[in-house]
Design a protein around this ligand. Structure first.
Ligand code: IPM
Ligand code: MN
Length: 371
């Protein structure tokens, strides 16, 4: 199989973590006889610096001409605290999602046994957590009309959803539930919002075509609480754009580090894969960022093209690195490994599971002799 992959490393730690996921993809290509070709383009603050535009035309064209996109992160503090900035890095990502029609954002949340003691939440609460958030990504309040009154004394963000926008992601979420534990929870605010009531109506109707799936509903405020109180109750969570944004960051606390969470954004003709963490500007260039979310995003890319064994091979290697504590400071503050060392370990493990390229005794003591 040949795949043309567009690389959009973006800002902050984006380039460092994308580097590692490309290393791992190359190892997969070598091991399984696949052919991946890459082309890189600018997006976000770096694109603004170079061209004045957070999503230059040539970047969009490259994405449209590629089979898949591997995205790093965007954002720069120089824009965060400037409410008057006319162009922002985030506009690049939002425009990319909209232009490519990436309407479904899929954010899986699993726990690793060797990490559960590191979470801020009690072990017995999170043990066995395994759910996936289906977040609508190209509509809602993010993309509704926005305005600021002339005198600056009031502002508006409109939230709109059409039946078509609700239905297409709802079908994907039900299909995902069929392959999982057959439960779907719609998260909304139907006691207050008209858009939420439309979601409930549509989802209830569509559920009739998936009789084997147990459907329930939660208001978003309650859902925020339940995710922390009893996360094992969830299988597939379906929700609109902004609720999904907030709940997925909240849920990341369960896994022990946001540096572990991957995502896929899927449309009819395009697919983008990105770690859910941001650009972490404080860590930029320091070789300390956790590359596993970006590496796991590459695994989701392979899954998307039905390369299941290849994706599983990456996941096994990632789990091994976590189990052996070959981890960056977010997971291993005392005796950590660099971004590149973690990527190197995963790459080598993909290339040869059995190979003893590291000395297990040393690893058990906390450091490996990675070559
Ligand atoms: C995310 C991010 C983006 C979002 C920002 C960078 C626009 O937080 O992918 O979750 O809010 O969707
Ligand atoms: Mn977010």
């Amino acid at each position: 199989m040949n795949l043309k992959i567009a690389l959009l490393p973006g800002d902050g730690i984006g380039p460092e973590v994308i580097n590692e996921s490309v290393k791992v993809l190359d190892a997969v290509a070598e091991k399984f006889g696949l052919n991946f070709t890459y082309k890189t383009a600018n997006v976000g603050a770096i694109a603004i610096d170079k061209t004045g535009n957070p999503l230059p035309e040539e970047t969009l064209k490259l994405c449209a001409d590629s089979d898949a996109i591997l995205f790093g992160a965007i954002g720069d503090p120089k824009y965060d605290n400037d409410p008057n900035a006319k162009v922002r890095p985030e506009q690049g990502l939002l425009k990319l999602r909209k232009s490519l029609g990436l309407f479904a954002n899929i954010r899986p949340l699993t726990t690793y046994d060797s990490l559960i003691h590191k979470s801020n939440i009690k072990e017995d609460v999170i043990k066995g957590t395994d759910f996936v958030i289906y977040r609508e990504l190209t509509s809602g309040i993010y993309f509704g009309e926005k305005s600021l009154s002339e005198d600056g004394s009031s502002a508006t963000d409109v939230c709109t959803y059409t039946v078509e926008e609700i239905d297409r992601i709802t079908h994907l979420a039900f299909k995902a539930a069929q392959g999982r534990r057959k439960k779907l929870t719609l998260v909304d605010k139907a006691n207050v919002l008209e858009t939420s009531r439309l979601w409930r109506k549509q989802v209830t109707e569509i559920a009739k075509s998936y009789p084997e799936i147990a459907l329930d509903f939660l208001f978003v405020d309650n859902a925020a609480m339940q995710i922390i109180l009893e996360p094992t109750q969830f299988d597939v969570i379906l929700t609109e754009n902004m609720f999904g944004d907030i709940l997925s960051d909240e849920a990341s606390v369960i896994s022990g580090s946001i540096g572990l969470l991957a995502s896929a954004s899927i449309g009819k003709h395009a697919a983008l894969f990105e770690p859910i963490h941001g650009s972490y500007p404080q860590a930029k260039g320091k070789n300390i960022a956790n590359p596993l979310a970006a590496i796991l995003s590459a695994a989701m890319l392979l899954d998307h093209f039905n390369l299941k064994e290849e994706a599983a091979c990456i996941r096994v290697a990632v789990e091994k690195s976590i189990e052996l504590n070959i981890s960056t400071p977010d997971l291993n503050p005392a005796n950590n490994f660099s971004t590149a060392e973690v990527g190197e370990f995963v790459k080598n493990f993909v290339l040869d599971y059995e190979d003893s390229f590291y000395n297990r005794n040393n690893v058990d003591l906390g450091r490996s002799t990675i070559i």
